[in-house]
Design a protein around this ligand. Structure first.
Ligand SMILES: NC(=O)c1ccc[n+]([C@@H]2O[C@H](COP(=O)([O-])OP(=O)(O)OC[C@H]3O[C@@H](n4cnc5c(N)ncnc54)[C@H](O)[C@@H]3O)[C@@H](O)[C@H]2O)c1
Length: 247
């Protein structure tokens, strides 16, 4: 498929996991892709460019967007993927920790998008895809802060879709279930019993397996593609059935 030929994309958190799979797929489908990550890895793909920056820094973002405009002439597709987690119930994290995770996961998705809007408005096929989680809709034990941020991402997706409608900028989200990424690998490795933890995570999924980053990247590319020109304000689960199925 070459549906992204001639288009320019930026993926936050594009150096790892779901972001990296999305970068690879966008590039394969013809996009010029910029990875925006606090720790970008060198990519072997010729069309992928690395930008070092933190999503919480407007200065980093302004510098990145200046580079994209100078080198690629504009931006068509933005994927708000970077996020962090925190462990515990609603009382386990102090106000600073709540603010830290909200800053990365929610406020930054809004700022990254708002600062990109001038370039997106110039595009013929502008699209924003946010990465939410099944945790927005299903209570997960000991993930109060994280689930709250993903609920906010769902609401922000719909609000931004409404605000940017007149500009022609489509805003959608994917909501993955538990995926086979370095994030989850760290979670498993740091648990008391990694084999048991992996079995529990798989067992929680109705399909009894973790979701591959490529399966989520495919959904992100669908929502970002010019072929999805009538799709906005959609939150697409890629979750192995965890929000909709009881077995
Ligand atoms: N892995 C899962 O099971 C799962 C499930 C549902 C949703 N998600 C969501 O998918 C997205 C990606 O998750 P993943 O598992 O691929 O994670 P990951 O940890 O493998 O990759 C995250 C990337 O984001 C970057 N990053 C983190 N904070 C940043 C910041 N402040 N500024 C710039 N870059 C930053 C990291 O350097 C890393 O490269 C997240 O939004 C996550 O909430 C993941």
């Amino acid at each position: 498929m070459t549906d992204f030929a001639g288009l320019v994309a930026m993926v936050t958190g594009g150096a790892s996991g779901i972001g990296a799979a999305t970068v690879e797929m966008l590039a394969e489908r013809g996009a010029t892709v910029f990875v925006y990550d606090r720790d970008p890895s060198a990519s072997a793909l010729p069309t992928v460019h690395s930008l070092t920056g933190d999503v919480t820094s407007d200065d980093d973002l302004a510098a990145a967007y200046a580079t994209i405009e100078a080198d690629a002439g504009g931006l068509d597709v933005l994927v708000n993927n970077a996020a962090i987690s925190a462990v515990g119930d609603a009382g386990a994290n102090d106000r600073d920790e709540w603010r830290r995770v909200l800053e990365v996961n929610v406020i930054s998705a809004a700022r990254v998008t708002a600062l990109a809007a001038p370039m997106l408005r110039e595009s013929y096929h502008p699209a924003v895809v946010n990465v939410s989680s099944f945790g927005a809709l299903v209570g997960i034990r000991n993930r109060a802060v994280y689930c709250a941020t993903k609920g906010a991402i769902d609401a922000l997706t719909l609000a931004m879709a409404a605000d940017y409608l007149a500009d022609g900028i489509r805003v959608n989200a994917v909501a993955p279930g538990t995926a086979d990424t370095p994030w989850v690998a760290r979670l498993i490795a740091n648990s008391a019993d990694p084999d048991k933890e992996l079995a529990a995570l798989r067992g929680r999924q109705p399909m009894a397996r973790l979701i591959s980053p490529a399966e989520i990247a495919w959904a992100i590319c669908y929502l970002a593609s010019p072929h999805a020109g009538s799709t906005t304000a959609t939150i697409l689960p890629v979750d192995g059935g965890i929000t909709g199925v009881r077995v």
